[in-house]
Design a protein around this ligand. Structure first.
Ligand code: C2E
Ligand code: MG
Ligand code: MG
Ligand code: MG
Length: 291
């Protein structure tokens, strides 16, 4: 009967919830172990300046290669880390490694290159002394404050304490980027009040750019506004030549995406710098690039 089927569905549904919960707990324990034994790694994705074709910045992205499961994406474990109080340790590990690797990049002569790290909501609690942690990591690695960018998402923009802290870091020279812009609600006020240095247009927006003319109009307006405010615009998740062409036509400052490169280990990034930023090089040769 219908009633019986319904019961069956509910039982199945409960089983699903239970399985999801058990998977989550297993992942949490595995992550705890990975954090404890420093099994995480940091990869870097280049961000290319469109006026020079050179790499201006690398985004530090945490990586986790598990013996059994292979690569586990940050999209699935960062939320777990946030929920179970592991995000601070992960964030600090990525920050320290990124600052040290940037020191290496600078010491090889690429002193204009900067680095960016991501920050989650829970990392900006009053008790977390992020200001000291970030300042110390920069000073310890002996890099300029202006060479570090902190990426925050719009969903964090509602927290007053976060903005106070970001303003303090900014006063020291650290740059602030608004990540995943154009997703969820858009808080233009943080741009207009000139509290950020970079605006990162989300991949989902870039994805629909070619089919959706209204998206192009929106980006064109954003870029125009950003220019007047002295904010640089970075497009994320650019994969094709056609997307790149449109973004260049609209005057987008910087491009990040598989079109140029996915995130890579530091050694491979240094090779990219030597090839494309080195003396006499003309930057990424767009004509020779196929994606
Ligand atoms: P995000 O900060 O927006 O980083 C950009 C994501 O887009 C990265 O995914 C990058 O690999 C991916 N991506 C860039 N270009 C392309 C492209 O052309 N095609 C495709 N398909 N993907 C592209 P990833 O590394 O998987 O990271 C996902 C998210 O996890 C990040 O999004 C960020 O929110 C979070 N995350 C990563 N590392 C950290 C970290 O150290 N701390 C915190 N709090 N969050 C992190
Ligand atoms: Mg980011
Ligand atoms: Mg993003
Ligand atoms: Mg994202």
């Amino acid at each position: 009967s219908a009633k019986k089927t319904n019961r069956g569905n509910i039982a199945l549904h409960n089983q699903d919830i239970q399985n999801a919960y058990l998977n989550k707990i297993a992942l949490r324990d595995k992550l705890r172990n990975a954090v404890k034994h420093e099994l995480l790694d940091v990869y870097y994705q280049p961000i290319v300046d469109q006026s020079t074709g050179k790499i201006v910045k690398f985004e530090a992205l945490v990586r986790w290669f598990d013996d059994e499961q292979g690569m586990i994406s940050p999209g699935s474990f960062i939320p777990i880390a946030e929920e179970f109080g592991l995000i601070q340790q992960i964030g600090h590990f990525v920050l320290k490694k990124a600052c040290q690797d940037l020191n290496r990049i600078h010491s090889l002569g690429f002193s204009d290159v900067s680095i960016s790290v991501n920050r989650s909501v829970n990392e900006f609690k009053v008790s977390n002394n992020q200001f000291d942690l970030i300042s110390e990591a920069i000073e310890h690695a002996n890099i300029p404050f202006k060479s570090l960018t902190v990426e925050v998402t719009e969903s964090m923009a509602t927290n007053h304490y976060t903005w106070k802290l970001l303003a303090e870091l900014r006063a020291k020279g650290v740059k602030i980027a608004l990540d995943d812009f154009c997703t969820g609600y858009s808080s233009l006020s943080h741009l207009i009040e000139n509290q950020v240095d970079y605006l990162k247009i989300d991949k989902s927006f870039v994805d629909s750019l070619l089919q959706d003319k209204s998206k192009q109009i929106m980006i064109s307006c954003l870029i125009e506004m950003a220019k007047q405010l002295g904010i640089k615009v970075i497009a994320e998740g650019v994969e094709s030549n056609a997307q790149l062409d449109v973004l260049n036509e609209l005057g987008c400052d910087h491009i990040q995406g598989y079109y140029y490169s996915p995130a890579r280990p530091i050694g491979a990034c240094i090779h990219l710098l030597e090839e494309f930023n080195g003396e006499g090089s003309i930057g990424f040769d767009l004509l020779n690039f196929t994606s």
